[in-house]
Design a protein around this ligand. Sequence first.
Ligand SMILES: [Zn+2]
Length: 90
Amino acid sequence: MDRDERLMSVLDEVKDDLAKRLGADGVQSLGVSACDHSHRRTADVLHGRIPPAEIPHALHQFEQLGGYCDCEVLLNALPTLLAQENEDPS
Ligand SMILES: [Zn+2]
């Protein structure tokens, strides 16, 4: 498994966990004030799921998809990646 496959394999869990940490019970009721405009929670959620050395790469991937902070990762990057995964099963 390469680092991109490893990231894809944990995306569902990352999305659920990140939503909980942002205090959201679903994206519609996301409290944007819970976001401190960093990747702090995203990095926390990735810790333990992928090797620490791969976290900067994962955050970069999220930024490429508009995920410049925790709430944008949840609203933009993760749904886009999950949709890509469904279109292109590997
Ligand atoms: Zn944010």
